[in-house]
Design a protein around this ligand. Structure first.
Ligand SMILES: Nc1nc2c(c(=O)[nH]1)N[C@H]1C(S)=C(S)[C@@H](COP(=O)(O)OP(=O)(O)OC[C@H]3O[C@@H](n4cnc5c(=O)[nH]c(N)nc54)[C@H](O)[C@@H]3O)O[C@H]1N2
Ligand SMILES: Nc1nc2c(c(=O)[nH]1)N[C@H]1C(S)=C(S)[C@@H](COP(=O)(O)OP(=O)(O)OC[C@H]3O[C@@H](n4cnc5c(=O)[nH]c(N)nc54)[C@H](O)[C@@H]3O)O[C@H]1N2
Ligand code: SF4
Ligand SMILES: [Mo]
Length: 684
């Protein structure tokens, strides 16, 4: 039997067809816009049955019955009753806000997002926290502060495509296929990346930028476009605010001033700026290369401003504004937690820019546990995340999760975080549950992530765990649903469709035809109703209303002041199609005996330091030291190294985030420098 569903082994959320025989998952295949011979195939999806049936799956609830004791098998009743009792105990002793629910990447999308928020809000704690300060939500905020929502590039229809800090061939195959289609149809492809990636090698123009300095490049492009009078006068005149202030800020960033600081030459910057401004339509595919930087917000905003300056926003083949589906918001943000200060209160603009995402500065969980800032946390539930490996400053994060009074983990596999837990609840994989997947509802069409096999062993779908826990906390009215389908139908009611409609339409249901240039009738969803080069709201909150109006940051990357002792720039990377963040290192066909766990160093730097291929190197930052094998490669620029990320569970000595720092953060989004920072390497 073949069944339509959505894969959730990574955040790309590809629509797929799964093949099931006698109740067993046999294989799965991505749907694609390309002809079969051109389609991209995903290693993780090919390994789907190996992942789902892995003997490393957590099979039953586990409880540590005495502090410091072993984890022991337990029934769901015992585990959930214990968790509910702890919720009540900490509520009585310290207030409901002393409990936080921390969601990782795998819980970021779809139903579990709303359900956990609902549970915590109704219980009285505002502390449901995601990891969006390091993932794309910080970037989404910069888009939203410019034109109201996060735009998506229509690369397949563009004539000029700028891929800026993204590598979809490893991370988002649907977009990679659209880029390849656009390129084949004659689009000029520009790649902006500190690494000569596979895509960079195919590009018509490659800008090997200095890591973490994208804001300077964007401003130099804006400078060129204004100076050479290449901007879209009609759009700027009719639909924007703040052009004068933008021109003032950009006047200080001439390519000739900026080029050397960002390892580029001025003429190439001018050429790319002219190309983007004069080729219509043009889109910018921005990515996680901009995220996890200290300067994430203003650099992404500078990139976003280009879209309006050149009239490419909400145009076919440009960057389109989504038409979100009007789901019922069931988070109960006005529930019992209303008025209780969240632990993320130092980041009020980030907390409030979007009603779906809510709170996203995960570092605040660690601050609250260790430093009792702004108040102590006593209990944390980690759902679908591995913060000890994936958050900045692993040593400090480990200390926090090891010392919190009570830790619950909801996961499919053991990892360095679950191993610290007092209770572990086994979660079902994406093939074992029906969810409304948020990626598939952000824009038309809505596609159901549908269950294709029964839950493995004694695992439960995340929705069931949350509903059952909610009922044990007395929230029976709030969680009346006996199945995922019932809850989804309730959420979908305002849209006018149901789970069974979606099942009948495996390729999804389009609620509304795509419309372009919506701003002409309805303006932009910003305070001024215009495309905001200038943001009054940022100004009112003492942030630069136009990027870098008060100057460029003196230290855009981590530990920049220590460059004497740490002469190299370390780059976090690369994502590989075989893995998702810290996941899947226990899957033999994906692990390939650790292939890819190395540090890329330029031949010139290697020669200067007498380093050979395969040498075991110590990589150090002021935070700590890790070790990895050297791979001599000219994919990196001299003076920088690319360090493999996500290997902390495989081998703690390779744990990237041992090197990163969490004490300096972007003041708006709470983002630490996990992508680029100063380091040094030496032979062991
Ligand atoms: N230095 C550095 N640090 C980074 C990054 C980087 O590139 N460099 N990337 C950052 C980014 S963008 C992100 S998003 C974060 C990711 O950080 P995390 O969200 O902590 O990342 P994962 O390693 O993907 O862990 C996900 C966990 O969810 C579990 N899981 C998978 N599916 C399910 C499910 O359906 N239900 C449940 N309950 N559990 C499930 C997996 O087994 C795994 O243990 O890391 C960030 N940290
Ligand atoms: N296979 C796989 N797929 C994934 C994931 C995974 O771990 N594995 N993770 C998922 C998640 S959580 C996310 S957030 C997305 C992320 O997916 P992407 O947005 O594609 O992010 P990355 O692949 O981390 O980085 C993209 C590019 O940014 C470049 N880069 C690094 N530093 C800089 C810089 O300073 N400036 C510029 N311009 N570029 C820079 C890197 O070299 C890389 O080529 O992928 C999702 N999909
Ligand atoms: S890229 Fe691969 S793992 Fe990620 S959603 Fe698509 S098929 Fe699944
Ligand atoms: Mo992410």
């Amino acid at each position: 039997m073949k069944k339509h569903t959505v894969c959730r082994f990574c955040s790309s959320c590809c629509p797929i067809i799964a093949e099931v025989k006698n109740g067993k998952l046999i294989s799965a295949e991505r749907k694609s816009i390309l002809d079969p011979e051109k389609r991209l195939s995903c290693a993780k999806l090919r390994a789907a049955s190996e992942i789902v049936y892995s003997d490393k799956r957590i099979k039953t609830p586990l409880i540590r019955r005495t502090k410091g004791g072993q984890l022991e098998e337990a029934s769901w009743d015992e585990a959930l009753n214990l968790i509910a009792a702890k919720f009540q105990q900490y509520k009585e002793e310290n207030g409901p806000e002393s409990i936080a629910w921390l969601r990782g990447m795998a819980a970021d999308w779809g139903a579990p997002w709303d359900y956990a928020n609902r549970l915590m809000n109704c219980f009285g704690s505002p502390n449901t926290i995601g990891n969006g300060s390091v993932c794309f939500v910080a970037r989404e905020m910069a888009h939203s502060y410019t034109y109201g929502v996060m735009a998506y590039p229509e690369a397949g229809l563009a004539k000029c495509i700028i891929v800026w800090g993204k590598h979809d061939g490893d991370t988002a195959l649907g977009m990679a296929e659209a880029i390849s289609k656009g390129h084949e149809n004659g689009a000029h492809l520009v790649v902006i990346d500190p690494i000569a990636t596979r895509l960079a090698k195919k590009a018509d123009t490659f800008l090997q930028i200095k890591p973490g300095h994208d804001g300077l490049l964007a401003m130099a492009m804006i400078h060129t476009i204004i100076e050479e009078d290449l901007y879209d006068h009609d759009f700027v005149q009719e639909h924007t605010v703040g052009f004068e202030e933008l021109a003032e800020s950009a006047s200080r960033f001439a390519p000739e001033e900026v080029a050397e600081r960002i390892w580029l030459d001025a003429e190439t910057i001018r050429t790319v700026a002219r190309l983007y401004a004069t080729t219509k339509p043009a889109c910018i595919v921005d990515g996680n290369g901009l995220d996890m930087q200290l300067d994430i917000f203003q650099s992404t905003r500078a990139v976003a401003l280009l879209r309006g300056l050149c009239g490419n926003i909400d145009q076919s083949g440009g960057d389109v504004l989504p038409q979100p589906i009007q789901l019922r918001n069931i988070q109960e943000q006005n529930g019992a937690s209303k008025g209780v200060e969240p632990i993320t209160s130092a980041y009020p603009l980030f907390d409030s820019f979007n009603t779906t995402w809510g709170r996203q500065v995960q570092s605040c969980v660690v601050d609250a546990i260790l430093d009792k800032r702004p108040y102590p946390l006593k209990m944390v539930v980690v759902q679908a995340g591995n913060p000890v490996v994936t958050m900045a400053d692993s040593k400090r994060t480990h200390r926090a999760f090891a010392s919190v009074d009570f830790l619950v983990a909801i996961d499919m596999f053991m990892n360095r975080t679950t191993r610290l837990a007092d209770v572990i609840l086994p979660a079902s994989s994406c093939f074992e549950k029906t969810q409304l997947n948020r990626a598939a509802i952000r824009n038309n069409p809505i596609i159901l992530q549908d269950q294709v096999i029964e839950p493995i062993a004694d695992s439960w779908p995340d929705w069931k765990i949350v509903f059952e826990l909610g009922r044990r906390l007395g929230l029976t009215k709030e969680f009346p649903w006996q199945s995922g389908e019932e809850a989804i139908d309730f959420q979908l009611e305002p849209v006018g469709t149901t789970v069974s409609d979606l099942r009948e339409n495996g390729n999804g249901i389009r609620i509304e035809d795509i419309r372009y240039q919506k701003f002409k009738e309805q303006g932009f969803d910003t305070p001024s109703g215009k495309f905001e080069f200038f943001s009054q709201k940022l100004s009112d909150n003492n942030f630069d209303p136009v990027p870098y109006l008060s100057g460029y940051p003196s230290e855009p990357i981590g530990f920049d002041a220590q460059k004497e002792d740490y002469p190299l720039i370390g780059i976090s990377g690369a994502r590989n199609i075989r893995f998702t963040n810290s996941q899947y290192r226990t899957i033999p066909s994906l692990l390939l005996e650790g292939k890819g766990c190395n540090v890329d160093i330029h031949p010139q730097d290697a020669e200067n330091m007498a380093i050979d291929n395969g040498d075991l190197l110590n990589i150090s930052s002021p935070q700590g030291t890790i070790s990895m094998q050297a791979k001599i490669s000219d994919c990196v620029h001299p003076g920088s190294v690319r360090i493999a990320w996500g290997w902390g569970d495989y081998d703690p000595a390779c744990n990237f985030n041992t090197l990163t720092d969490d004490s300096v953060r972007n003041p708006i989004t709470g983002t630490p420098a996990m992508r680029s920072f100063r380091c040094r390497v030496g032979k062991q």
